[in-house]
Design a protein around this ligand. Structure first.
Ligand code: ITT
Length: 200
């Protein structure tokens, strides 16, 4: 079975491929297609945005589609940037600018108040209307500077006290073992295994 992953983020795609390895499926990201429309992520939660992406592209392509909506919720910022994580640095932003802005906003906040959670919602929508939704989260804290070159997005400033490392210092396999997306992917894999058995 071919599954389209409704993302242009190659970091997400890598982790999803790894997490769903072993299933009899082929995954393709949106960067694989030319001239495919963009949609506005105007939902009020990760769940709404993930479902919106998956439903839209599943209808548009008439194929099973998996969408990931995720982000970082910082305790000291009352959950911000949350669903606005991708746009935190302002117009024309980049992962680097997003991280720099967050480090700046968190200047002077002491370690005990730097707690944060990564959140991930995965929504899978089939052309016949069937849907699977799973989620995962991961606790850590916002570091004081960038450390590590792995992962993507906020990983170099997301410190995991249990490991004494940032998320960007973990290998892909280690990241999937502990991350919000890795946890959601394990749940999705179970549902998909059942689903694939049913249709075989
Ligand atoms: P798509 O919508 O094309 O999937 P996107 O990167 O815009 O790609 P989101 O709208 O879900 O995805 O925004 C997610 C934001 O949260 C974005 O800034 C990511 O860098 C960040 N993020 C999500 N998961 C992350 C992870 O595992 N590590 C670091 N940052 C992450």
């Amino acid at each position: 079975m071919d599954i389209i992953v409704a993302t242009r983020n190659e970091g997400k795609l890598r982790e999803i491929r790894k997490g769903l390895k072993g299933l009899r499926i082929r995954l393709k990201g949106l960067n694989h297609f030319h001239n495919i429309p963009k949609i506005e992520e105007d939902g009020t939660s990760f769940l709404e945005n993930a479902l919106k992406k998956a439903r839209f592209y599943s209808k548009y392509l008439s194929q099973p589609v998996l969408a990931d909506d995720s982000g970082l919720e910082v305790d000291a910022l009352k959950g911000a940037p949350g669903i606005f994580s991708a746009r935190y640095g302002g117009a024309g932003t980049s992962d680097k600018k997003n991280r720099e802005k967050l480090l700046k906003v968190m200047e002077g906040v002491p370690t005990p108040r730097r707690g944060a959670s990564f959140k991930c919602v995965l929504a899978m929508v089939f052309p016949d209307g069937r849907e699977i939704v799973v989620e995962g989260s991961c606790r850590g804290r916002i570091g004081f500077k960038e450390v590590g070159r792995g992962g993507f997005g906020y990983d170099p400033i997301f410190f995991l006290p249990r490991y004494g490392k940032t998320m960007a210092e973990l290998s892909l396999q280690e990241k999937n073992r502990v991350s919000h997306r890795g946890k959601a992917l394990r749940k999705l894999k179970k549902s998909l295994e059942r689903f694939l058995k049913e249709i075989e």
